[in-house]
Every structure is written in structure tokens, then in C-alpha cells.
Design a protein around this ligand. Sequence first.
Ligand SMILES: *[C@@H]1O[C@H](CO)[C@@H](O)[C@H](O)[C@H]1NC(C)=O
Ligand SMILES: *[C@@H]1O[C@H](CO)[C@@H](O)[C@H](O)[C@H]1NC(C)=O
Length: 244
Amino acid sequence: MSKIKLKRAARIILVGAPGVGKGTQAERLMNRFPQLSAVSSGDLLRDNVHNKTPLGLEAEGAMKAGNLVPDDMILRLILDALKAKRWVSTTSSIDDPTPATPSSSPSASFILDGFPRTSVQACKLDSIIPVNLVVSLITPVEIILGRIAGRWVHAPSGRVYNTTFNPPKVAGKDDLTGESLTKRADDDEETWRQRLKKFDETSEPLLEHYEKKGLLWTVKGNSSNEISPQLYTEFEDRFCNPEF
Ligand SMILES: *[C@@H]1O[C@H](CO)[C@@H](O)[C@H](O)[C@H]1NC(C)=O
Ligand SMILES: *[C@@H]1O[C@H](CO)[C@@H](O)[C@H](O)[C@H]1NC(C)=O
């Protein structure tokens, strides 16, 4: 696949229900547009805890006390990571009421993963570093449920079967070992419906927030392969085309 150069910095967020293939789209975008990289709040948190940075120790303290890591701490982690790359001014601070002016260099492009999840977090992020595109990925519920229902794994090896496209030779058995296939814990319909409900509740105001700012773009598809080409086209129009 051809690699495509960006003409301006992309600072994007992907929003999608569990099972919609957000990770797949993020990976494909980064492959096609190599200047784009992932900034993951979860990874930053893990790295900082692991490296025992002051923020990491603070966050670990919160988690050990059974609390969520406060939004401001996550924002600081993100801001510090962007400063370290010099994608925002090194004097930016989350206590500064004026947002940092991010680098417009195409290499300062990223997909922000894991944050924000709520409109409150989005407001806070706006005052730190403005994103310039929010993509809402939509796949019909019945399609995602069908995928979940058809997916079986051989837990010891990690081999995944798909009852429609890649069924095991003997139903319910691993091809190589003959051992029984099982469902992954997160492939349980009830669990997934609960996660979806939670996602819907928080993502609705989040998407509204970005809609109002004119940053929201929605893409629909029944599979990742249906979504990707639409996403590429939109992305190229916005970030690779000198006239946009
Ligand atoms: C099986 O794989 C196909 C093609 O990758 C995909 O469209 C479908 O959703 C998958 N189904 C299941 C049950 O995983
Ligand atoms: C996607 O799935 C829905 C049913 O859930 C179907 O009506 C529609 O035709 C499908 N779209 C495509 C492009 O296959």
C-alpha cells in the first residue's frame, strides 16, 4: 500500500462502540500515513507508573487507593508527552487558561487514544490542545453482535475461528489439537451490551461537543474493510490536500 504524506498536522480522535474496530482503523491510518502516531493515555499512564515519574507515582497512589486517575493527571501526562516531542510549546501548562498553540508541522500528527471519553474531559482537552478531527465509527449493533456470536478461540494457542468465514474443520474443536474452542470473556453478548450502554451514555454528549465545534465526521460500515476507504478519502481531503 502506498504511503501518503500529510500537508498539515492531524490531531484526531476516533470514537466507536466496543467491537467496532477502532484499533484496526487506527493501525491502518498509521500505516498509510506514516507521519501519524498514536498517543495513548493508557500507555502513558503505564509507562509513567513503570518509570516511577512523579506523575506516575501520584497516579499509582490514586489507583492503589481504589480511585480513578483524575482527569487533570491524565491531561498532564498527555501534555508532557507532547512537550517532550516539541509538538506543543514546552512552557504550556494545564493551569494556563489559554490553549497551547500546537505545532502545525505534519510530523506533529497523532491519534489520541483513551482520552477524552466524556464531554467534560473534552472541554478540558480543548483548553490544553485542540484536536482538529473527531471520527465517529458506526457499525450496526446486529452486525457487531453477529461477529461476537461467531467468534471462537482456542485459548492455549490464541487461534481464532470465525463460524462464517473461517470455521474450524470440526465444529467446536481446534484444527490442530482437537481441543475444545471457547468464547473470549469479552465475547459474551450480555457483557458487550453493558459496555455498549455505558459507551452510548458517555459518547453521546462527547460527540455533541465536537459536533458543535464542527469537528465531527461520521463514517458507517458493516466491516472494517468498508470503513477504511471512506476514512482514507476524508483524511486525504482534510490533511493532504493543499486547498482544504
Ligand atoms: C469473520 O470474518 C469476516 C471477514 O474478516 C468478518 O467480516 C466477519 O465479521 C467475521 N465474523 C465473525 C463471526 O468474526
Ligand atoms: C449492512 O448490514 C445491514 C443489515 O444489518 C444491511 O441492511 C446492509 O445492506 C449492509 N450493508 C452493506 C453495504 O452490506
